[in-house]
Design a protein around this ligand. Structure first.
Ligand SMILES: [Zn+2]
Length: 702
């Protein structure tokens, strides 16, 4: 075992470094007016050294282990490191520079090793084990949040491999390193394979139906590669979005074929060998740590708990989704003039083209007409903030005096409803970074700069990032409906952080398993549709006229169209993920020729083998599970959505948008963060375990 004292790092931090002491700004908001790129690395390095010294003191404490001198002490440790890394990992995706990327590349392996060293410290493990034994024997009584903290810590130790023999630990390290490099290799092959699969069109007539913007993009893509014509590049998923608009059936079929065969065409970019080795090594890694297979290893640390629970949920959803996809296929077949007898009469390549035709005919609404009614400031103040006010009693005041990390960042102080006769004290800060820029990665997300906790007396500072295009100066920011939903969604994560009311920093707000973290944010999306809220924010920015009521009805009705297809392709991918990761090492196929037959058998066994609705990702280009960190976890999205839909129903059963309901959701769920099993929080709120009925209904699958 390596000692955590083997390396010596300069632990001296210049006191002038803004991370050297806690920020003196309100809520310990990092002082972005003082923080420069060159401050991060020395602060993180010194932070690791300080943390190591603190952990060493805990591990070598001559006193017997207590909650205070071990668990609490660990929670208090690492504050300098925490200050520097939270600010750094907030800025990296949001306002990156080549310098920050370099720092990240240097720091990432050091931080991983730092974390490993703590979890592989046998002395520390022994102290924590003593507490766990005493708790199990009943000689130590723990508060529920402390018991949960202890249990999670023991799980982390177990998963680090600390209990293994030296030989097994060596094998575990080798597996970890090989798995990391295989994942990176899968990603590289996939990217190269996607380029190879791009479809070149030389006859402009074939592009009929494509928008002029998309056409110009395809032209530029061809030029960039020195080719004549138009190059249609591949998106990650099977079903390429360009299929919806292209009118030429021959071209659609070529694109579909190029998409679905990625990674299985032989040659350098074939991913089958890599993914087979990955599946085998992950299975071995899981068994080494005492789990049946990789999926069990992943589920054990999630709210699902077991793969049986995941399998059961997927199995209950699949038949309803497939039945609905078949119904949609029959409707599409009718539109296309073909026989309406069977799903087979619609080709996968034609599906979205026909579906789009139906959508246009039934739900004639376009973004351009909606946008003037969806102005950012109104959506935020009269929508997002208003809902939070009515539900939780929150109010928001912009703080122009507090600096963000970029000129576009807006800082709001959040206030709780004051108790009668008490002053209106602040709850935390909400930073909004809504606009896109070159230094920001795509997508939308929430981050925390300060995690609420009572142990250190810290209040929350949270950030929302979106990628809305910034209008010219002086013009209003007009949104599309998707962006409105995203604002509500990300603010749902922000509320999880802001309304956290826990003792321990590691249990704060969104510190919950991956299959739970999307749940509160999905729930918050419901308020964008709530009539009282929608009427309040959907007002024409120039005329002040409300959005026509029948448009709202049409928008609501159009949500369900296409859900059979969408749910089925998603479930097929989630089931494939489970199939590959519920194998013992010796059950993983050994030949690349077995990959596609394995996939076909898995889809057939789960009853989701529809030719017209292929999986959202097929095995050979399933980057979430073979290239990234979602292995055996792709089910999480719909797992969270089951909880979400059931909660939307709970609100409806109890009178919807009321202060009382908001209070219950806040106290029983949001405030608890990761201080107890999150499903227990859900059941406390709902009064029973989650049911899938509301999700089926929402997606029109009943
Ligand atoms: Zn989210």
């Amino acid at each position: 075992m390596t000692s955590i004292h083997e390396t010596t790092v300069s632990s001296e931090l210049d006191p002038a470094n803004p991370f050297a002491a806690p920020s003196t700004l309100p809520y310990e908001l990092p002082d972005f007016s003082a923080i420069r790129e060159e401050h991060y690395e020395p602060a993180v390095v010194a932070g690791m050294a300080a943390h190591r010294a603190e952990v060493e003191a805990i591990a070598t404490n001559p006193e017997p282990a207590t909650v205070e001198n071990t668990l609490e002490a660990l929670e208090r440790a690492g504050q300098l490191l925490g200050r520097a890394t939270t600010a750094f990992y907030n800025q990296l995706p949001s306002d990156s520079t080549p310098g920050l990327e370099d720092i990240q590349e240097r720091l990432a392996p050091q931080l991983a090793a730092h974390q490993d060293a703590i979890l592989m410290d046998a002395r520390l493990h022994a102290r924590v084990q003593t507490l766990a034994d005493a708790a199990a024997a009943g000689t130590l009584t723990l508060e529920p949040d402390t018991a949960h903290l202890l249990e999670k810590l023991m799980t982390q130790f177990k998963r680090s491999g600390i209990a293994l023999s030296e030989a097994d630990q060596a094998r575990l390290r080798a597996l970890n390193s090989r798995i990391t490099s295989l994942q990176a290799g899968f990603g590289r092959k996939l990217l190269a394979g996607a380029n190879e699969a791009s479809v070149l069109v030389t006859d402009e007539a074939e592009l009929a139906g494509l928008s002029s913007g998309a056409k110009a993009g395809a032209r530029a893509a061809a030029e960039a590669r020195g080719q004549e014509g138009w190059l249609l590049e591949m998106q990650l998923f099977t079903h390429q979005s360009v299929l919806a608009s292209l009118e030429d059936a021959g071209l659609r079929a070529r694109i579909q074929e190029a998409s679905r065969t990625r990674g299985a065409t032989g040659g350098d970019n074939d991913t089958r060998e890599v993914l087979l080795e990955l599946a085998r090594l992950r299975a071995e890694h899981a068994q080494l740590l005492g789990y049946e297979h990789h999926a069990a290893y992943v589920a054990a640390d999630a709210t699902a708990g077991t793969t049986a629970a995941v399998n059961e949920m997927l199995a209950r959803l699949a038949p309803a989704a497939v039945a609905n996809a078949r119904r949609e296929a029959r409707e599409l077949a009718t539109v296309s003039g073909a026989s309406a007898d069977e799903v087979g009469s619609v080709a996968a390549a034609d599906w979205s083209h026909l579906s789009e035709a139906v959508r246009k005919e039934r739900f004639n609404l376009d973004d351009a007409a909606l946008r003037p009614y969806l102005e950012l400031e109104r959506v935020v103040h009269d929508g997002v903030f208003k809902a939070a006010g009515l539900l939780f009693g929150l109010s928001f005041t912009e703080r122009h005096d507090l600096p963000g990390y970029h000129p576009d960042v807006r800082v709001f102080e959040v206030f709780d409803a004051p108790d009668p006769g008490e002053p209106n004290t602040g709850l935390g800060l909400f930073l909004a970074d809504w606009y896109t820029r070159e230094s920001k990665r795509g997508g939308a997300w929430m981050d925390s700069l300060v995690h609420q906790n009572h142990l250190l007396g810290q209040k929350p500072v949270v950030v929302n990032n979106l990628n809305i295009v910034k209008p010219p100066a002086g013009e209003p920011t007009l949104l599309v409906w998707d962006e409105v939903t995203t604002l509500f969604h990300e603010f749902g994560h922000a509320l999880h952080g802001l309304l956290s009311d826990v003792r321990y920093p590691s249990q704060s707000g969104t510190s919950v398993p991956r299959d739970f973290v999307e749940y509160p944010s999905q729930v918050n999306e419901m308020w964008s549709w709530e009539p009282q809220i929608l009427r309040s924010f959907a007002v024409h920015h120039a005329t002040g006229e409300p959005m026509p009521a029948d448009w709202v009805d049409t928008m609501l009705a159009s949500r369900i169209w296409g859900e059979g297809f969408a749910t089925t392709e998603y479930l097929a991918a989630a089931l494939l993920d489970q199939a590959w990761h519920q194998l013992a090492p010796s059950d993983v196929p050994t030949s690349v020729d077995d990959v596609l037959p394995f996939e076909a058998a898995a889809l057939a066994a789960a009853g989701v083998d529809l030719d017209a609705v292929p999986p959202r990702y097929r095995t050979t280009y399933f980057n979430h599970i073979f290239g990234g960190g979602y292995s055996a976890g792709y089910y999480s999205y719909i797992w969270s959505e089951v909880l979400d839909a059931d909660t939307v129903e709970w609100y409806a059963e109890n009178g919807g948008l009321t202060r009382e309901n908001g209070e219950a959701f806040r106290r029983k769920l949001l405030a608890r963060g990761g201080s107890q099993d999150p499903l227990a929080s859900f059941e406390d709120l709902r009064g029973r375990p989650a049911e899938i009925g509301p999700l089926l209904e929402r997606r029109g699958l009943v």
